[in-house]
Design a protein around this ligand. Sequence first.
Ligand SMILES: Nc1ncnc2c1ncn2[C@@H]1O[C@H](COP(=O)(O)OP(=O)(O)OP(=O)(O)O)[C@@H](O)[C@H]1O
Ligand SMILES: [Mg+2]
Length: 440
Amino acid sequence: VIGSVYNRSEIKENCKMLNPDILIISEGISGKELIPEIVVDLSKQCPNTRVVFLTGSIDFTKEDRRTYFTIMVFAGVYDIIHEDRITDQKILHVLDNPAKKEDVKYLIEKPKSKGSGDFVFVKDHKDDVIEKDYHDNLFTISSIKPGTGKSFISTNIATMIAEYGVKKHNGQRPRVALIEADLQNLSLGTLLQIEDDKYNLKTVMDKIQSIISSDGKVTNDIEKIEMVNKHIKSSFRPYMYCNNLYALVGSQLTLQELENVNAMHYLYLVETITNDYDVVIVDTNSSLTHVTTFPLLNLSKYCYYILNLDFNNIRNNSRYRSFLEKIQIADKVKYILNENITKKMMDNLYIGSEELLFDTEMIKKDFDLVAEIPLIPKTIFLNRIYSGKPISLENSPQTLEARYEIAKIANEIWPVSNFENLKKEFESKNKETKKFFWKK
Ligand SMILES: Nc1ncnc2c1ncn2[C@@H]1O[C@H](COP(=O)(O)OP(=O)(O)OP(=O)(O)O)[C@@H](O)[C@H]1O
Ligand SMILES: [Mg+2]
């Protein structure tokens, strides 16, 4: 034994210093921090440390701490012993026989929906089979650097799918939800001109907090749960230009209010509404602690990471990739290049400017790009913000290339009917300009 601590606040620091092979955490350790959050940080800081977690027995019928365990399992903690009496032999056995992710899948089983899709926790020991641990219709837009275009891209993908998404078998258009995970800035609300004092991310988080305790236990009060779920569902406000797009937008939260929001609250939110929509897009906040974003990434089908031409940002993304591998989400991460400066733009716009030394071709050597969204003239960008209408909904030639690139992403999520048209239009416009330059 190379060290021991008696308070949660000392775990991270000591692990960093001692870099242990194994860390045994008992839930009884005092301290205010949430253990799942500590474990997430550790998975990044000390990726080689194996965590063994000891806790009391879990009564699956009465209390549920699914979110709590989901975060731990996603952070790579599979050795979870939950028994009232934990003997030395039991611990030795676990130490000798490390568990695998499959062994703890039963802890993170998805809640089964009841009728209207209300959130109810059911544990049925008979069907322990889970095919996948993500939602087919959940997609996150993320980046490791703030201000790279997450909100711009997520609103455009969402409006593109809402407006042009092919109809379902029943003839209806897809129902699209857009969730803002930014608790401090008003962003999506401004972009879509949605504002509601009563129904917004803050009131939703307040309500969720009122039913989940700090250790992830959900109240037994079914009536209260139903009321909260109703509030959550009503907080998705329709967008004026597409009535099949609903957005849950932020409102300004103070830092103090933010302190109490944790990953579990987001998980609860996502679980409560994903069944109500065909597509759910989450605009994550890269400046918030990793912990809030982390479980969302795990529950998503694809996580789109936004890159730009900044060499420093690309290098950081390369480094970050090994972490994404460790937490087993690298396979579903897809990269989008935003604010791309193409050769054509250099020729046309920046006469007299320098050749770009670090360009798209170099990025493509290391990253598979699903789309390359061009840099849009500032005036156009600002005007769209002011009008509350994303470029996906327009047909101006100046934004054609950007719309085509956005359609590429949208089409991967839900087939969009305008994709082929945009492609043809873009390709023919490209040919025309080539001819024009040729003649010159
Ligand atoms: N394709 C683009 N063309 C031109 N400007 C762009 C483009 N994408 C983003 N921008 C610029 O970057 C700014 C930030 O975009 P946005 O707010 O979408 O980023 P974000 O990643 O959501 O930021 P935050 O991390 O603050 O939430 C925009 O206001 C705009 O000036
Ligand atoms: Mg944003």
